[in-house]
Design a protein around this ligand. Structure first.
Ligand code: CTP
Length: 406
């Protein structure tokens, strides 16, 4: 039990997602963690300090200038006593104040004073998340070592859709557990992750692609980065926010993805979760294809794309110490994936059932069989973020056993 006896200092900022904190606090308490909460003035407009106090079974802190608090505790001590500081929801405003080093209330003062790791769960309107000011603040914070979980994309309270929704309590919990359990387990190592679909042009306006959302790969990159790995994410087009603290290389085609992946070596671990198009139009037409007079549909000749996973696994002395692939199967999942592991020469395969009834492709959950040289382990159905945490844990353990270096 990673969380048993651990002290979490939870900073609750003023966003509509603040109500989800109650669930987070409850789950942390169930796992034996002590939760001390600090609320901003705005947070108290969204969730009552009384509910937060009841669930955390502790007093709630809010006012920097309360002399009793200063006497009993002091904001410096408050920030130092924790094992981990979590900011959830982290609004655009508190991220800006953190990036600017402001200390104008208890929450920002302790965030400036703390010497502990800080994990933030952003939550805001999609346009606020995508605004250049927020992007710059997030980059500044990530460069300072602040850890991020989420945001997710999805429908928002304001009626819009896109990245900005706070990660679910279960995923924040998984990120907290991962952060505390592994405590920089991948620090000093390099990781490479491929994600998303590839897009193969037919002509200047048409392409062949697939329904991959990139969610699993982006979550894996975030989980590896949280454990301290210098992580490069090579991704095809997705609607997802860049995971903070990760170097993101955007590509379109399989060939571009391969070139970017090879350029990211050396790496201790490579995780290929991209849904790479197996074929591309052999020749992309220079001009838009036109309907011809005879009413005949054009025939598009296809050429096979390079296999990125197999190329990395066979990269000789540039091969990462650990090469991990996924197997998207619709039938005989374990048998097909076991054969795929051997065929591609990778160390592990995470097999997932992508038949339409499972809702895996483009969805939020995944059912994985973890296939290694020593056998098959069935993982329970869990969110893609939780799969990412579990995989990152296994990677950290395996690299520690191998001595870590490529
Ligand atoms: N992969 C890759 N490059 C390709 C094709 C696949 O890197 N050109 C990787 C994927 O990222 C994944 C693994 O190979 O980690 C398996 O992908 P999958 O689509 O399941 O397998 P395929 O090789 O396409 O085999 P098949 O379609 O025959 O099942």
């Amino acid at each position: 039990m990673v969380l048993d006896g651990k002290r979490i200092l939870l900073v609750i900022a003023g966003g509509i997602a603040a109500y989800k904190c109650l669930e987070l606090i409850r789950r942390l308490r169930e796992r034996g963690a002590f939760v001390r909460c600090v609320m901003t003035r705005a947070a108290a407009e969204f969730v009552t300090p009384l509910s937060v106090a009841a669930l955390s079974e502790d007093k709630v802190y809010g006012d920097l200038f309360s002399l009793t608090d200063e006497h009993e505790m002091g904001h410096i001590r408050l920030s130092r006593e924790a094992d981990l500081v979590v900011v959830a929801p982290a609004t655009a405003h508190i991220l800006a104040r953190m990036a600017g080093g402001l200390a104008d209330d208890l929450a920002t003062t302790l965030l400036l004073a703390t010497d502990k790791r800080v994990l933030v769960a952003p939550a805001m309107n999609v346009r606020m998340w995508e605004h250049a000011a927020t992007a710059a603040n997030v980059a500044t914070l990530a460069a300072r070592g602040i850890l991020f979980v989420g945001p997710r994309e999805g429908p928002m309270a304001c009626g819009e859709f896109g990245p900005g929704r706070m990660a679910e309590p279960a995923d924040i919990l998984a990120a907290i557990e991962g952060t505390l359990a592994d405590d920089g387990a991948l620090a000093g190592l390099r990781a490479l992750v491929t994600s998303g679909p590839t897009v193969e042009p037919i002509d200047p306006v048409r392409f062949i692609a697939n329904r991959s959302s990139g969610r699993q790969g982006h979550a894996i990159a975030a989980a590896l980065a949280r454990r301290g790995a210098a992580t490069t994410l090579v991704t095809g087009p997705t609607a997802l926010a860049d995971p903070p603290g990760v170097t993101v290389v955007r590509v379109e085609t399989a060939r571009e993805m391969l070139a970017a992946a090879l350029a990211a070596l050396p790496a201790s671990v490579a995780v290929c979760s991209a849904a790479v198009a197996d074929w591309r139009p052999a020749e992309a037409a220079a001009q838009k294809l036109k309907k011809n007079d005879a009413g005949k549909a054009p025939r598009i000749a296809l050429a096979e794309n390079p296999d990125i996973l197999a190329t990395l696994a066979g990269a000789g002395n540039r091969r990462p110490a650990l090469v991990v692939g996924f197997a998207a199967e619709t039938e005989n999942v374990v048998e097909n994936a076991t054969a795929k592991r051997a065929r591609k020469g990778c160390d592990w395969i995470l097999a997932n059932d992508v038949s339409p009834a499972t809702g895996t492709f483009g969805g939020a959950v995944n059912t994985i069989h973890w296939i290694t040289a020593s056998g098959v382990e069935a993982w329970p159905r869990m969110s893609k973020e939780a799969v990412a945490e579990r995989l990152a844990e296994r990677i950290a353990a395996a690299l520690a056993a191998k001595g870590g270096r490529p």
